[in-house]
Design a protein around this ligand. Structure first.
Ligand code: 3HC
Length: 702
């Protein structure tokens, strides 16, 4: 029994299981636990049994990887194990410390008794993976804590302190200190009493069951419209309250199977592993020594700089904010203060906490003040000349070993690094606006960036509560390089006959937070125009529609000028259709002599999304991204790609790469726009021909 340590303490058999790091209930652990249980039942010296997780954690539940490999059903399954516990002629006591989540808590619910350490947390987080508690949780939890409480636990999915359950009989005893000793003592007493209570035998008496479940159904349908799991949970709880236990279990099994096989859960599991995989860098070992980050300097007090400073303040880091003029500095400081005042006003932060954070802000006009900081993050204007001035200065003033980071969203990091005598210390940290809100951080690794600089920046990203994805150096890095292809298609569609509103509506119906035109109005249409101007010179063979340039010629830069692809009213972010834009687009079509046609929404979505996929494949093949799931994380966390579709690369896998390439061939036959854009990148072509996928599977990104 490799995963279970069997010990007899007095007349109690203690089965301590270990499957680091979180005691997930994979096949090997299940096999050993059942074997241990059988041994204890057969052992005449053992009168009761304690199940306890080794190393301070009970269990984080089923092994999520097994949903893809199919091992989840391999006997003894979780369900076999739970039956074995319920059938035990000797009392089985779950001793819970650390976490008991998902299948871990369900295992405990099947035991005759539960003893918990006072600091333990429990929860049923399956809903966050697009699942429901499928090992009896939907049937047992409402029986022991009531329908309303159980719905809250299962629909919320967060781990909860055990104190919250003090009024229910969920825990038979709470231990202040030595959990193992407390559980053994309790088990011995239970053996003496000879009772074998099981939660399955409790009858739910809930007079308001119909109203409660109807309310929960309505909430599930509105708040989680795209996700089937919440509604399925409600139906299972309803069954728990209205049917016999075994019939409720059958309902749970049916609903669970449907969810496991559905695309939403596959997407959410992909994200679970993808977020964690993004932290791993092939040639940077986990034990790479890190540099100490105790203080930060941010250069530039604009929107971006102040957003980055707020992230650092929230992480408790003393932060210098450097600007070139007192006016600009005052505006930056005011922006930081307003952010915290807003948090306090909304009740999201206590005033003393906000004051504590603001006190960590050190505004300055002098580079001399920041030389001792451990990392400096530059967020000045996107112009190589301006970056040069800043980095030459930083090279002079920063202490040896300080990390020099640039927030550029498109400029060549290697070029920037070459302005210093220490290119190994230079790295890109591309935040997304508003930096204090958006989860994504693209960490750009220059040709000479040192491994410890990269590892330290990844660790800092975690402290800043960001999902960090490593990108190599290329124009636009992962996210913006891909979005350019998407935007190009949006403009061609406009020329061919789609309207601004139709394109946005089609993409938003697919699930994007915002269509390309609304997004461009938010970001500023002048930014795209600025980039295109450079492209016209650097890559003259690439075809661009000129319609967006014409829009900018009218000064319609988007929300900031109250006019862009849409009209805006002061103080109102609603996008109103614009007759000026309609006329502009019509005149543009006439000027290029295009014959317009009716375009369906499916073509709009396929063209925009497959443009992302094809560029993503090129990025993957060039090694700019380490793995397909990294690209998906960029799009999910930074570009509003629908979460329940798991990112562009997983979506393409789901559609099937062969079908994606077939569709691209149809688009290539359209002479308008840039047919060359539809040449499948070599990786996509190879995978499509071989029946492969970008992501090896959806259970655990490589
Ligand atoms: N299955 C497989 N691997 C798991 C896992 C699980 N249930 N839970 C965590 N892991 C892995 C992670 O992938 C990670 O692996 P890596 O080091 O190779 O990247 C490692 O364990 C450590 O996890 P974290 O990095 O997330 O560590 P934290 O300390 O930050 O968080 C945690 C620990 C709170 C347990 C968090 O990992 C978590 O929320 N896990 C998922 C819990 C969950 O959803 N349980 C329900 C599973 S589904 C189920 O039980 C179905 C049943 O009802 C039938």
């Amino acid at each position: 029994m490799k995963h279970v340590d069997y010990a007899l303490e007095g007349n109690v058999a203690v089965l301590a299981f270990a499957n680091p790091p979180v005691n997930s209930l994979g096949f090997a652990l299940r096999r050993d636990l059942v074997e241990g249980l059988e041994r204890a039942i057969a052992d005449p010296a053992a009168k009761a049994i304690v199940l306890i997780g080794a190393k301070g954690t009970f269990s984080a539940g089923a092994d999520i990887k097994e949903f893809v490999t199919g091992e989840i059903a391999r006997a003894p399954s979780l369900w076999h194990m739970i039956t074995a516990i319920e059938m035990s002629p000797k009392p089985v006591v779950a001793a819970i410390e650390g976490l008991a989540l998902g299948g871990g808590l369900e295992l405990a619910l099947a035991c005759h008794f539960r003893v918990a350490h006072k600091d333990a947390k429990v929860g049923l987080p399956e809903v966050k993976l697009g699942l429901l508690p499928g090992a009896g949780g939907t049937q047992r939890l409402p029986r022991i804590i009531g329908v309303e409480g159980a719905l809250n636990v299962m629909l919320g999915g967060t781990p909860l302190p055990i104190a919250l359950f003090a009024k229910s009989p969920l825990f038979d005893r709470v231990a202040d200190a030595d959990l193992r000793a407390a559980a053994v003592a309790f088990a011995s007493e239970a053996a003496a009493k000879g009772e074998l209570p099981l939660i399955r035998n409790i009858r739910i008496r809930e007079p308001n069951i119909e109203a409660l479940c109807q309310f929960a159904r309505n909430t599930a349908r509105t708040a989680f419209a795209k996700y089937p799991a919440p509604l399925a949970i409600v139906e299972c709880v309803y069954a728990a309250a209205t049917k016999k236990f075994d019939d409720g279990m059958a309902e749970e099994a049916k609903q669970f199977r449907a969810l496991v096989e559905g695309p939403e859960s596959a997407a959410l599991r992909h994200i679970f592993f993808g977020e964690r995989a993004a932290n791993r860098i092939a040639d940077v070992p986990d034990d790479t020594p890190l540099r100490d980050i105790r203080s930060v300097a941010v250069i530039g007090g604009g929107m971006m700089g102040t957003g980055i400073a707020i992230c650092c303040l929230n992480a408790g880091l003393p932060t210098h904010l450097l600007e070139v003029s007192q006016d600009a500095l005052d505006r930056g400081v005011a922006r930081v203060r307003e952010n915290y005042e807003g948090q306090v006003k909304k009740g999201k932060m206590k005033p003393d906490k906000a004051a504590e954070r603001v006190a960590l802000l050190k505004p300055t006009l002098s580079y001399d003040d920041i030389g001792g900081d451990d990392i400096v993050i530059e967020a000045v204007f996107e112009d190589m000349g301006v970056k040069e001035q800043v980095f030459r200065k930083l090279d002079q003033v920063m202490k040896p070993g300080a990390i020099l980071a640039t927030n550029t969203s498109m400029l060549d990091i290697n070029h920037i690094a070459a302005f210093t005598r220490r290119p190994a210390d230079v790295i890109g940290t591309h935040f997304f606006s508003p930096a204090q809100v958006m989860k994504l951080l693209e960490v750009v690794r220059g040709a000479k960036t040192a491994k410890d600089v990269l590892a330290t920046t990844m660790k800092l990203a975690k402290a800043l509560k960001k999902t960090a994805v490593v990108s190599g150096v290329c124009d636009g890095f992962i996210g913006n390089r891909m979005i350019e292809q998407y935007s190009r298609q949006a403009m061609f569609l406009l020329e061919e006959g789609a309207s601004v509103q139709q394109v946005d509506a089609a993409v938003e119906k697919f699930g994007f937070m915002m269509g390309p035109f609304r997004m461009s109005d938010l970001a500023g249409n002048d930014i795209g125009a600025h980039i295109r101007k450079r492209r016209y010179v650097e890559t003259p063979s690439v075809i661009y529609s000129k319609v967006a340039d014409k829009l900018c010629d009218l000064g319609r830069f988007g929300q900031k000028t109250s006019a862009g692809w849409y009209d805006y009213k002061p103080g109102d972010r609603t996008a109103y259709p614009s007759s000026v834009v309609d006329e502009l687009v019509a005149a543009h079509r006439a000027s290029i002599g295009v014959k317009t046609r009716k375009i369906d929404d499916r073509e709009i979505v396929d063209r925009l999304v497959y443009a992302l996929v094809n560029e993503g494949a090129a990025i993957l093949e060039e090694g700019i991204a380490q793995r397909a799931s990294d690209i998906d994380m960029v799009y999910l966390m930074g570009y509003g790609f629908p979460i329940y579709r798991g990112g562009p690369m997983l979506y393409a896998d789901t559609v099937g790469l062969y079908a994606v390439v077939q569709r691209m061939r149809q688009f290539a036959a359209n002479p308008h726009g840039d047919p060359a854009a539809w040449k499948p990148s070599p990786l996509l072509a190879r995978l499509a021909a071989a029946g492969g996928t970008f992501n090896a599977n959806t259970g655990g990104a490589a």
